[in-house]
Ligand binder design. Structure first.
Ligand SMILES: Nc1ncnc2c1ncn2[C@@H]1O[C@H](COP(=O)(O)OP(=O)(O)O)[C@@H](O)[C@H]1O
Ligand SMILES: [Mg+2]
Length: 181
């Protein structure tokens, strides 16, 4: 079984993937580490302290790597790098809490703002839905890691997460735009 755990940075992918892999005995693959180890990046983006990748190359290498693996939990910010999955989970987190979480990572303002905006607008979620059709979204904001893992196991998913329904999040988006522009 291939389980993809996706979501914006800071939503809890690593914590949840590791706990799920420990509980089920499934292997764990961190796509960013895979890209770095295999030197699959094309350039380094100074402003964002991140590596740019060629999607096609990475997707192909992942497909090769996954061919002989039966049970694995894959953590990735980019769901469309994975060609086959039995289950796709997208973790979501209240953008205000995400802003606090990412501010503790020592990232540049630009990188923090871009990632919080991505969560507000649901980029990863949209990509996952377009790529896989059916995904299980879980709002991790007020849950423990074990509770999130429990929801994944029981397939108890959250529906219609749209942060922009909230006035305070619309205000946050406005504020974030002002910080970087
Ligand atoms: N319910 C939860 N699910 C997952 N992570 C959580 C949860 N609550 C708090 N965290 C914490 O959130 C932080 C960010 O999680 P992390 O797994 O690094 O996210 P990501 O891999 O998506 O960037 C970690 O300190 C993690 O322990
Ligand atoms: Mg992670």
């Amino acid at each position: 079984m291939i389980v993809v755990i996706s979501g914006s940075p800071g939503t809890g992918k690593t914590a949840v993937s590791l706990a799920l892999s420990k509980l089920t005995g499934m292997d764990y693959l961190h796509v960013s580490s895979f890209v770095l180890e295999k030197g699959l990046y094309v350039k380094y983006d100074e402003a964002r302290s991140s590596y740019e990748i060629d999607d096609e190359t990475v997707a192909q290498e992942l497909e090769k790597f996954l061919k002989d693996r039966k049970n694995i939990v894959i953590e990735t910010v980019y769901p469309s790098l994975i060609n086959n999955a039995d289950r796709v989970v997208v973790l979501r987190r209240d953008p205000r809490r995400l802003f606090e979480e990412l501010s503790q990572r020592g990232w540049s303002k630009l990188k923090i703002v871009e990632n919080v905006e991505a969560e507000i607008l649901g980029y990863v979620s949209t990509e996952a839905k377009e790529w896989f059709g059916k995904v299980c979204e879980i709002d991790t904001t007020n849950l423990s890691v074990d509770q999130v893992v429990g929801k994944i196991m029981n397939e108890t998913c959250d529906h219609d997460i749209d942060w922009l329904d909230r006035q305070d999040i619309q205000e946050l988006l406005f504020y974030l735009d002002k910080i970087i522009n």
